[in-house]
Design a protein around this ligand. Structure first.
Ligand code: URA
Length: 240
């Protein structure tokens, strides 16, 4: 891989800014291949050279994968002239890595959103042919019934001619307002909202809680993010 400046390599971990990386090197907190370096301006190969920062080995990855707990009110887009996007929730160093959201959540939908700069795998995960499960928690205005579960299982036909694949509706509570867990194998525009509205149960709250086998990390506060582990990335690769 092409050599890059050490401060850039360190900042791409998302844990330190380039300025902090230079400062850490000055303070003797950075080693390359076992030797302390005082300047972070030299260039190294992030795949071949072993770099440690404050005693921690920097596991360099060609691609970045992030799990974000999306809050309501921000757009799943990389830029928007008018409003806040999910990228605004990330530190500057990560904003410069050409990350984009893997699929979209509506502005008012919360929960699990993956961000990456690995286009090939992201597109494969989103491909309608792959049928990667997406699991949502929804609250609806209206009482959900077993009949709704059967209709979901058969595959709903929506206004505008959209024929949905069979989906799973599990009722968690039924009353004037109901709660449900919904598993879809596709991701059409506003799909969960349209499916529930078609059954007379408009969504009042929606959260994505899982993608494939990957659940939303319960320790992530709304608006917070973390890097995926190697194991989690491997599991995503296994899906495609
Ligand atoms: N279905 C919806 O209706 N909205 C989302 O954000 C995701 C799935």
């Amino acid at each position: 891989m092409e050599k890059q400046r050490l401060d850039k390599i360190i900042a791409s971990s998302g844990k330190w800014s380039r300025k902090e990386a230079r400062e850490l090197a000055r303070r003797g907190q950075v080693t390359v291949n076992g030797l302390f370096v005082r300047s972070a301006e030299e260039k190294y190969d992030p795949e071949k050279d072993e770099i440690t920062v404050a005693g921690e080995t920097l596991g360099y990855r060609r691609y970045t994968w992030i799990m974000l707990n999306k809050p309501a009110g921000c757009l799943s887009a990389t830029e928007d002239g008018r409003g806040k996007t999910v990228l605004d929730l990330l530190p500057q160093e990560l904003q410069r890595q050409n990350l984009f959201p893997v699929g979209r959540l509506d502005k008012d939908t919360e929960g699990l959103l993956l961000l990456t700069n690995e286009g090939g795998l992201a597109h494969a995960l989103l491909s309608p042919k792959r049928h990667v499960d997406k699991v949502y928690y929804a609250r609806t205005a209206g009482r959900l019934s077993e009949e709704d579960c059967r209709a979901f299982a058969q595959g709903l036909s929506l206004d505008g001619g959209l024929q949905c694949l069979p989906a799973k509706l599990e009722i968690l509570s039924a009353g004037e307002e109901s709660e449900a867990r919904i598993t879809l194998r596709e991701g059409k525009y506003h799909q969960v909202k349209r499916m529930l509205a078609a059954r007379g149960n408009p969504v009042v709250y929606l959260e994505r809680i899982q993608m494939g086998q990957l659940p939303l990390d319960p320790s992530l506060a709304r608006g917070a993010f973390r890097f995926l582990t190697e194991e989690e990335i491997k599991e995503l690769r296994a899906l495609v």
